[in-house]
Design a protein around this ligand. Structure first.
Ligand code: PRP
Length: 215
């Protein structure tokens, strides 16, 4: 039997996904040990699971190095890879937002010289250029994006808002919502044909589990 390979985004989401896989009868005992290993195998089930940097998960899936990936919608949108998005796991729910100081509200609506700082330049570009038809300058940052409007690098930011605590504690607020986010299951396009039965079975089982949990 060919291995069915999963790419999981390292961290909390990988742990939550492992719980789901265990509950549908696809455990990977090896992963429970404290280890620096990145790839795990369940020979009996023909299962391989590896842990990748979040932004690389869609790349592994697009190229077929993994059949299935589990990653946030933010990463799927930003990476823009050619994969099937099959299921919303409804984990890690949050929102992609335009945020900034209250003073930026008016500039956001009327200005032609708005600067936007973000870890997600593609999502920001899609939102401002394609949805709002507004020309903006986008500045790519790699983290702690909330700093940008505070120190005068940008007027607003496009970033993930979960509890809203980071914004609040830095004197910023949500100005517009770009889209809701959560973890999704993505599948390689060729795998979907070659391993259709095994993949749809896994996805159906997870879907039923989520339905049960949200009842
Ligand atoms: C994320 C995001 C916000 C924060 C939102 O940052 O970029 O900064 O979490 O969460 P909250 O609404 O619950 O406060 P992350 O911790 O991933 O680090 P980063 O700043 O390096 O992106």
């Amino acid at each position: 039997m060919r291995y069915l390979t999963f790419a999981l985004a390292k961290g909390r989401l990988a742990d939550q996904t492992m719980d789901l896989l265990e509950r549908i009868g696809m455990p990977c005992e090896e992963m429970k040990e404290k280890t620096r290993k990145l790839i795990f195998v369940n020979e009996e089930l023909g299962l391989k699971i590896f842990l990748a940097k979040t932004s690389d998960v869609p790349t592994y899936v697009e190229h077929g190095a993994a059949d299935i990936g589990v990653v946030g919608k933010d990463t799927i949108l930003e990476e823009g890879r050619n994969v099937y998005e099959m299921l919303d796991l409804e984990l890690g729910k949050c929102r992609m937002c335009v945020a900034g100081p209250a003073e930026s509200k008016e500039k956001l609506e009327n200005s032609h010289s708005l600067t936007v700082a973000t870890k997600y330049p593609k999502i920001a570009r899609d939102y401002f250029y394609n949805k709002k038809h507004q020309t903006v300058e986008i500045i790519k940052l790699n983290g702690s994006v909330e700093l940008a409007p505070i120190v005068g690098l940008s007027d607003v930011i496009v970033d993930i808002v979960e509890s809203g605590a980071t914004l609040k504690e830095n004197g910023l607020q949500v100005l517009e919502e770009v889209c809701p986010l959560s973890a999704r299951v993505i599948v390689n396009r060729v795998s979907m044909k070659m391993e259709h039965q095994r993949i749809t079975e896994v996805i159906d089982k997870i879907r039923n589990l989520i339905k049960e949990d949200t009842k």
